[in-house]
Write a protein that binds this ligand. Structure first.
Ligand code: APR
Length: 247
């Protein structure tokens, strides 16, 4: 049995399969990862994403945020790996996705149960009254945006360094990690806490861990049961073909 058949069998036989995704799944959509040689943190200063820095210089931070996240990420589309996860959910083979990504591509691909552990760029939030609006309503030429209701400072509704994880996403993700008997990790280094504790929690409950990544991660030698060393799109296509053979 090859590695794809092994992984497909675990997925098909599972009761509650969950995907846990990181920046790597969106690389083939044209979004660079955060870490590594071509990583965003080699090019941009991550300080713009520290909450204290943002509060001190919100106009400056917003300019960097606009350049990276709205100009660069703005035009991207889901790739085959995202679409395959959507198809798996439709067929009842996948219960939910826990994602560290803020690019909205899982929802764009059609997945319904998506827990955005680090929030989403689609919305901006008023730090004063908590009102959320779609980012399409922001004039990026006049930064920082302010709330139309109370005049407060608006911030992308994503988790900055130094901020807490949104309660809904955190509780849903922990619940999913505990229920999962199969977890597919795709494109994540496993270096950012507390998100990186979820696969280990799942493993402690006896979950089978399937990992897809062209490079070994923090998980590979520690908790991964089946390591598929490949890019997300090719790996997910092969995995789906193996699932089709079984079902
Ligand atoms: N397919 C699958 N995986 C890939 C691909 C690809 N085509 N290309 C790269 N990868 C892998 C890399 O080998 C690496 O393990 O994706 C991973 C990307 O790692 P990071 O950039 O560290 O992304 P991630 O783990 O999601 O980062 C977590 O860090 O700064 C924060 O909040 C940000 O959510 C992010 C968090």
């Amino acid at each position: 049995m090859n590695i794809y058949h092994e992984a497909a069998k675990q997925i098909v036989d599972s009761r509650y399969c969950v995907a846990f995704t990181g920046a790597g799944i969106s690389v083939e959509s044209g979004i660079p990862p955060f870490r590594g040689r071509n990583g965003l943190w080699n090019k941009y200063d991550p300080r713009s994403f520290e909450i204290d820095y943002f509060l001190q210089d919100s106009a400056g931070s917003w300019e960097v945020i606009r350049d990276i996240f709205y100009d660069l990420f703005g035009q991207v589309l889901p790739n085959t790996a995202h679409y395959t996860l959507a198809e798996m959910e439709k067929r009842g083979l996948l219960k939910s996705i826990i994602t560290q990504n803020i690019d909205n591509l899982h929802k764009d691909a059609g997945n319904k149960e998506v827990y955005e552990f680090h929030g989403s760029l689609k919305q901006i939030i008023c730090l004063n009254c908590g009102k959320r609006v779609n980012v399409s309503r922001v004039d990026m030429n006049r930064l920082p945006p302010t709330c139309q209701t109370c005049g407060g400072l608006m911030k992308p509704d994503v988790v900055f360094f130094g901020e807490a994880i949104p309660e809904y996403a955190a509780s849903k993700s922990i619940d999913a990690a505990q229920k999962a008997d199969c977890m597919i990790l795709i494109g994540t280094t496993g270096t950012v806490a507390p998100a990186n504790t979820l696969p280990s929690q799942a493993k402690a409950y006896g979950t089978t861990i399937i990992e897809i990544n062209p490079e070994p991660s923090e998980y590979t030698n520690r908790i991964t049961d089946i390591f598929i060393r490949d890019k997300a799109t090719r790996a997910m296509e092969n995995l789906m073909a193996a699932i089709d053979e079984l079902t």
